[in-house]
Ligand binder design. Structure first.
Ligand SMILES: Cc1ncc(C[n+]2csc(CCOP(=O)(O)OP(=O)(O)O)c2C)c(N)n1
Length: 321
C-alpha cells in the first residue's frame, strides 16, 4: 500500500533524528555541546509523519524539544550541530543552543524554552499566511507542535479561539507523552478529554493513540490538502507518544521511578523506526544507514572545525537595531 520510496524516506528521516540524538548523548559528557538538550528519542514518528506532507515554504513551530521537527522539516544538519557546539556557523549564530533552533529558509520558526509561547506566534503566522494567500493564490500551511504541558497555558486556548474565529490555515499538533518533566497527566488534568475541549471551539479534531507513523502522516496529509484547497482551518491532532530518555539531558532515567517500565516496554515494542526498517530490503536499509552515518560525521566535523563567535559579537542580535 505504501511505496518503497515513502517507506525509505520516512525511515531515513526518523533514523537520522534518533542516531543524531544518540550521538549527542554519547558526546555530551565531553562538553562539546554547550547547551542543555531535550531529546526526542522514541517520539520521532510524529515530527517526520507530520512534516512529510508539507512543502518547503510551509511553516512549523516548535518547543524546546525541537531537534526532531528541525530535522524532519529539512533543517540544515551542519548548522544544527554547530549551534549545539556554540559555534558561529550555527543556525542561530551559536548563541541560542538546542532549545532555539531556527531555519527560516526551510520554514522552521525559532523555538522557545517558555512552554506554550510558540503557539500564539504560530497562530499569528497562520493569520499572515491567510492574508498573503489573497494575493499569491497559494495557501501555505502552519503546523504548531507542542507537548501536553503546552495545552495547560492560557495562550493555547486564546489561540484556538482566534484561529477558529478566523478559520486560520493551521494544524495544531499535541505530542502527548503524558509527562510534564516528572508529573504525569493524571496529576495535572481534571479530565483526560483534550480533543473534546478543543472541539468546543468548533475545531475538527483527531486523536491517534497507537503512534502509527502512517496514520499520523495520512491524517496530516488530509488536513493539509483540505486547508490548502479551502483556505480554511484549523485542524487539531493529539498524538500519543512516549519519551524514552530523561526530560532534559542524555540519560535513560528509568531508575528514577516516576514512570512504569511496562509502558516503556510497550512503546519500545511499537518502535516505528524498527518497523520501517523491517519493511525495507537489506541493501536499501544499509545504504540509508551509511548515508546517515556520513551526514552525522560531516555535521560533527563541520561543528568542530567552525570558530566560536567573536567577542565583539556578544551584544549583536540582542536588541533590534
Ligand atoms: C511557562 C513555563 N512554565 C514552566 C516551565 C518549566 N517547564 C519546562 S519543560 C516543562 C514541561 C512541559 O511539558 P510538555 O509541554 O508536555 O513538553 P515535553 O517536555 O513533554 O516535550 C515545564 C513545566 C517553562 N519552561 N515555561
Amino acid at each position: 500500500m505504501y511505496t518503497e520510496e515513502l517507506v525509505a524516506h520516512l525511515y531515513k528521516r526518523m533514523s537520522l533524528i534518533r542516531r543524531f540524538e544518540l550521538r549527542l548523548a554519547e558526546i555530551y559528557h565531553t562538553d562539546a555541546v554547550k547547551s542543555p538538550v531535550h531529546l526526542s528519542v522514541g517520539q520521532e514518528a510524529i515530527a517526520v509523519a507530520a512534516c512529510d506532507p508539507l512543502e518547503k515554504d510551509d511553516i512549523v513551530s516548535n518547543t524546546y524539544r525541537c531537534h526532531a521537527t528541525y530535522i524532519a522539516k529539512g533543517g540544515d544538519l551542519n548548522a544544527m550541530m554547530a549551534e549545539l557546539y556554540g559555534k558561529r556557523t550555527g543556525c542561530a549564530g551559536g548563541k541560542a543552543g538546542s532549545m532555539h533552533l531556527i531555519d527560516m529558509e526551510n520554514g522552521i520558526l525559532g523555538a522557545s524554552a517558555v512552554v506554550g509561547t510558540t503557539i500564539p506566534v504560530a497562530t499569528g503566522y497562520a493569520m499572515a499566511m491567510k492574508m498573503e494567500a489573497g494575493t499569491t493564490k497559494k495557501q501555505r500551511v502552519t503546523v504548531a507542535f507542542f507537548g501536553d504541558g503546552g495545552t495547560e497555558e492560557g495562550c493555547f486556548y486564546e489561540s484556538l479561539n482566534f484561529a477558529s474565529l478566523h478559520q486560520l490555515p493551521i494544524i495544531y499538533l499535541c505530542e502527548n507523552n503524558r509527562l510534564a518533566i516528572h508529573t504525569p497527566l493524571e496529576k495535572r488534568w481534571a479530565k483526560d478529554n483534550l480533543c473534546e475541549r478543543v472541539k468546543s471551539f468548533g475545531i475538527e479534531t483527531h486523536k491517534i493513540t497507537d503512534g502509527d507513523v502512517f496514520t499520523i502522516r495520512d491524517t496530516v496529509a488530509r488536513a493539509v490538502k483540505q486547508i490548502r484547497q479551502s483556505g480554511k482551518g484549523p485542524v487539531f491532532l493529539e498524538c500519543d507518544t512516549y519519551r524514552w530518555l530523561e526530560h532534559v539531558g542524555p540519560r535513560d532515567d528509568h531508575s528514577d521511578h516516576y514512570r512504569d517500565l511496562e509502558t516503556y516496554q510497550q512503546w519500545q515494542d511499537n518502535d516505528q523506526i524498527k518497523r520501517l526498517g523491517e519493511m525495507l530490503d537489506e541493501v536499501t536499509r544499509k545504504r540509508l544507514d551509511n548515508e546517515i552515518t556520513d551526514e552525522i560525521l560531516k555535521a560533527e566535523k563541520f561543528a568542530e572545525e567552525s570558530p566560536y563567535p567573536a567577542a565583539e559579537e556578544l551584544y549583536a542580535h540582542v536588541y533590534a537595531s
